[in-house]
Design a protein around this ligand. Structure first.
Ligand SMILES: [Zn+2]
Length: 344
């Protein structure tokens, strides 16, 4: 709150300062510097068309005002002022995609509240439109990001403010860039054809990172985009609505269960909303119940001569129970050898 008041005060002071500046005060009132809408928008410079010509420091140095040549202005976070934040020094390696080797999944809280954008930071969607290959298990392999169509040479812009941690050639990702953000998230941009940033460089949402391409393990030009927390990838669609090119929410509740290639985005239900009011103990009990259920699951791989009734007897269950556990399985279904079916 205090920081917010300082910001408001700084803005007022700054506005007075602007009004008193010679070059501006001689102009008609309607051409005085005016603020853009400071809510996050897709097109970062949508409100004014002028080119940025000057930057003014305000308050504690964490925020800057950028003036455009059409007398509009917008606020921007002074990312370099974040240099002392631990998030930009701990587990900071410039040549390892996942530097959080000592951070196992069970050491991460059940829920982490993550502020994606605030009033002085923005989001620029890496791609507006369809995701053609989603996060999750793909042909038996883990796909730890979203693939979006991206012709070679198309500019790749940074999604959020942050600092470039890695920018180099990688066997699978090809030319890849990882940017770490103030909230601890990292975004990864893979298969690029050119890189325009270097590790350690501070970047704003919308800054050019490089150009799209098809380097590394890639079947054609596309952008492989990942979101990671403590080294664990989660489905970017939990936070981004690619079809609309927007964030789903400005504040995101990351559940530990999302940090798995088996956890693909599903639209939130009322239950999820209610879960926000559960205590840590209740969530822990629920996760333990789910874990027990998972541990109790049993699978059977079909061998020559197997019948559903024979399998049911073997596992002490019934044919109808087995069918209810496997979508599309009917008592009359021909069992193909090697197929794995759930029996409990
Ligand atoms: Zn991919």
């Amino acid at each position: 709150m205090k920081r917010f008041s300082v910001l408001i005060l700084s803005l007022i002071i700054c506005n007075i300062a602007l009004a008193q500046t010679d070059s501006l005060s001689t102009q008609r009132p309607d051409s005085l510097a005016r603020p853009d809408d400071i809510t996050p928008t897709l097109a970062i410079f949508a409100k004014g068309n002028g080119a940025p010509v000057d930057t003014l420091d305000v308050g504690d140095g964490r925020v800057r005002i950028v003036l455009r040549d059409d007398n509009t202005w917008y606020l921007i976070k002074n990312v370099e002022a974040l240099e002392d934040e631990e998030v930009f020094s701990e587990n900071w390696r410039e040549h390892i995609v996942n530097p959080y080797i000592g951070t196992p999944l069970d050491s991460i809280p059940y829920r982490v509240t993550i502020c994606l954008v605030d009033s002085v930071s923005r989001f620029v969607c890496p791609h507006k439109g369809r995701v053609f290959s989603k996060f999750g298990i793909r042909r038996g392999r883990k796909h730890t990001g979203c693939d979006v169509p991206y012709p070679t040479g198309t500019p790749v812009y940074c999604a959020f403010d942050g600092r470039v941690r890695l920018a180099e050639r990688h066997k699978g990702y090809g030319l890849a860039i990882v940017v770490r953000h103030e909230n601890g998230l990292e975004t990864l941009y893979g298969h690029l054809s050119r890189m325009d940033v270097v590790p350690g460089q501070w970047v704003h949402a919308g800054d050019l990172l490089g150009l799209g391409g098809s380097t590394g393990r890639s079947s054609g030009p596309h952008l492989h985009f990942e979101t990671r927390y403590c080294g664990h990838a989660f489905d970017p669609e939990w936070i981004i609505d690619f079809e609309r090119g927007e964030l789903r929410k400005n504040v995101f509740v990351l559940k530990r269960s999302y940090l798995s290639p088996y956890s693909r985005y599903v639209p939130e239900t009322i239950d999820d909303e209610e879960e926000l009011y559960l205590t840590e103990e209740q969530i822990k009990a629920e996760e333990e119940r789910i874990a027990r259920e998972k541990a109790a699951m049993k699978y059977h791989t079909i061998r020559a001569g197997d019948t559903l009734s024979g399998i049911a007897v073997k596992y002490g269950t019934s044919v109808s129970k087995i069918c209810s556990l496997n979508s599309g399985l009917k008592p009359t279904t021909t069992l193909s050898i090697g197929r794995k079916i759930r029996v409990k």
